[in-house]
Design a protein around this ligand. Structure first.
Ligand SMILES: Cc1ncc(COP(=O)(O)O)c(C=O)c1O
Length: 391
């Protein structure tokens, strides 16, 4: 992998290397949780959670992903331009550009009569494939469970829409029961089952129902229905260390696909009491060695990781000291006994470095936010595979 990002042992700048074999592994782990016949839609919104949808999605399709989920029309068109042929679902409703989306064979989310009216007004050349969204407790998008029947009937009546699925989104699947107020997950599943039964009782054919994100795919088989929609786990992550702890012990470990590395550009001795970086928030507790790394918050690394984050240098875990700057950060490499040189690589995230969940926990966020910053424009992205070949 180093061959793709280093030249003569010296890195030019920060890089994120995406391991396509890890994506395949994670897909297989997720698939192994499903009963036969349940399909898998991989969420590839936000540029495949920062992993680069144009490469990651075709690789996932090749590895057997049945469908993809995106947040914006532009993301859907980009998948088609990248050669994706499997079904795509747009997670949110839209008012404009409907005919072009239908022509690109993108299924549309309908959370209310307004969204259906927009489809009717667009009068696409062929009927839009509609996924009717039910809000069972997320409180974000969707018709209330009681409103599902009239909305489904309206879709059935429309000559511009065909009802393909009923779906919902879980708010607490990655929370321990103690953190899931009122057992919300179980109640969401019950409400969704009731809405589905009511629609079917009207004689309306709902071929597909879906509800499960990564956490529910890994730990709640009762929420799998006909299709699961994992995102985060496809890329090898859990939202937080707490969410990771909820995954049943017989599930094989996921493999983080992304490795964030950056070159050390400067190494110096600092005396006990010297301070480092803006605000002088870190004072050396002893004589030590500090390495400066060419990675900052403009490269997607969180500023909040100052005095909290960690890196791995020469296989040794070292702390980020002082504030993270726009383009640089500093590490206390005193533990490496003088073996660190400019040009050496520091790993800030990845299977051989800190996990996204641990860093997220340290800086008060979730791994999703950190990962979606991995497509910062200054990060050079490379793709590697089992054999270590750049893709
Ligand atoms: C509607 C919808 N489905 C599925 C997912 C995938 O969730 P996760 O990344 O937790 O697996 C998301 C992401 O937030 C989503 O918004």
């Amino acid at each position: 992998m180093d061959g793709a990002v280093m030249d003569g042992g010296v890195m030019d700048g920060p890089t994120v290397a995406i391991d396509l074999a890890a994506l395949r592994h994670n897909l297989a782990v997720l698939r192994s949780r499903l009963r036969p016949g349940v399909r898998l839609l991989a969420a590839v919104k936000a540029d495949a959670y920062g992993h680069g949808a144009a490469i990651a999605a075709p690789a996932l399709e090749h590895a057997g992903a049945d469908a993809f989920g995106v947040a914006t029309p532009a993301e859907a068109f980009a998948l088609r331009a990248a050669g994706v042929t499997v079904p795509i679902l747009l997670f949110g409703p839209i008012d404009r550009g409907i005919a072009a989306l239908v022509e690109a064979d993108v299924a549309l989310t309908v959370p209310d009569a307004r969204a259906l009216a927009a489809i009717e007004a667009a009068a696409p050349a062929s009927a839009a494939r509609v996924h009717l969204k039910v809000d069972t407790g997320m409180g974000r998008l969707g018709v209330a469970a009681e409103g599902a029947v009239p909305l489904a009937r309206a879709v059935e009546r429309s000559k511009h829409a065909t009802l393909e699925a009923l779906w919902t989104h879980l708010a607490c699947a990655d929370e321990a029961d103690a953190d899931d107020p009122d057992g919300l997950t179980a109640r969401q599943v019950e409400r969704f089952e009731a809405a589905l039964a009511n629609v079917r009782a009207e004689g309306i054919d709902v071929r597909c129902a879906h509800a499960a994100n990564s956490a529910a795919t890994l730990r709640l088989p009762g929420a799998h229905f006909d299709l699961v929609r994992p995102g985060l786990a496809v890329y090898g992550h859990h939202a937080t260390p707490g969410a990771a702890a909820l995954v049943p012990s017989d599930v094989p470990a996921l493999r983080p696909a992304a490795t964030l590395r950056a070159p050390i550009t400067f190494v110096k001795r600092v005396a006990r009491g010297d301070t480092v970086s803006y605000g002088a928030t870190w004072r050396a507790p002893r004589d030590t060695v500090v390495a400066t790394v060419r990675l900052g918050y403009a490269d997607g690394y969180p500023r909040a990781a100052g005095n909290r984050g960690e890196a791995v240098v020469h296989r040794v875990r070292v702390p980020v000291v002082g504030r993270v700057c726009m383009d640089q950060l500093m590490l206390d490499v005193g533990a490496l006994e003088g073996s660190v040189r400019p040009g050496d690589a520091a790993t800030l995230l990845g299977p051989d470095g800190p996990s996204a969940a641990a860093l997220a926990d340290a800086v008060g966020t979730v791994s999703y936010e950190l990962l979606t910053h991995l497509n910062a424009p200054r990060l050079e992205r490379t793709y590697v595979d089992d054999a270590g070949a750049a893709g």
